[in-house]
Design a protein around this ligand. Structure first.
Ligand SMILES: C[S@@+](CC[C@H](N)C(=O)[O-])C[C@H]1O[C@@H](n2cnc3c(N)ncnc32)[C@H](O)[C@@H]1O
Length: 218
């Protein structure tokens, strides 16, 4: 386990993480979902916050969420049960140790920055995707200004019972110098080196602090 994973105690974070959804996160989940189709694999699915959005997405036929934190998977399982119209499966396992049947599309939101070997995991995601399938990779970058982002979210969330916990945990994560934070160009080079083509790349969300890539397996 790398130092980033030690400091980011995902189990402890799971309750506030699931219940707090500031508009920046809402926009991110909506945009990622809009690219998904077929059976969707979610790498580092956390509490399954994207499940309600995928369940509304025409063309999505199923969902597989993978996460190594047991409490996150328990919460994602609860979330999946709320949307029985989508066939869902949750796997409590490291992405590195997971074998999946080929999937139609894939996503990973804010998980890449804690992976011990980002290139090896991206290679694995590439192998598990059907040719022509899309993979949306979203991960915070070096420009992330967490204090400002949380300040903006506070006006929406201040009375939420888990807001303070959510805020404290996010500040702790952003102060962790063990995170892998890449520029957009560095991330593009990495995904191209494993074979992905870049369909779209931007930093419009999280006040410029998030790399958002839409990738295709050729
Ligand atoms: C910030 S949370 C994001 C959760 C979710 N993608 C979302 O945006 O709501 C990061 C998640 O990645 C998971 N994670 C990090 N490294 C992982 C790995 N190597 N294998 C499986 N899960 C991992 C953590 O357990 C955590 O739940």
């Amino acid at each position: 386990m790398n130092s980033a994973a030690n400091i980011t105690d995902w189990d402890d974070y799971s309750l506030s993480f699931q219940s707090v959804m500031p508009s920046q996160m809402l926009a991110l989940n909506r945009e990622v979902s809009s690219y998904m189709s077929g059976e969707v694999a979610d790498y580092g699915c956390g509490a399954g916050k994207i499940i309600p959005f995928l369940a509304q997405q025409a063309g999505v036929t199923g969902y597989i969420g993978i996460d190594s934190a047991a409490e996150m998977v328990a919460k994602a399982t609860w979330m999946a049960a709320k949307f029985p119209q989508m066939d869902s499966r949750l796997i409590c396992e490291k992405i590195e140790n997971t074998t999946l049947p080929p999937v139609g599309s894939a996503l990973s939101i804010n998980s890449h920055y804690t992976w011990p070997d980002t290139k090896a995991i991206l290679q694995q995601i590439y192998r598990q995707l059907r040719p022509g399938g899309l993979f949306v990779l979203a991960t915070i970058n070096r420009n992330i200004d967490m204090a400002r982002l949380l300040g903006e979210a506070e006006v929406e969330m201040i009375a939420h019972p888990h807001w303070q916990q959510f805020k404290d945990h996010n500040m702790k994560i952003s102060q962790n110098d063990g995170l892998t934070l890449k520029s957009l160009n560095e991330l593009i080079s990495e995904v191209q080196s494993v074979g992905f083509s870049v369909v779209e790349a931007h930093q419009k969300l999280y006040l410029g602090g998030l790399n958002f890539l839409v990738l295709e397996k050729n």
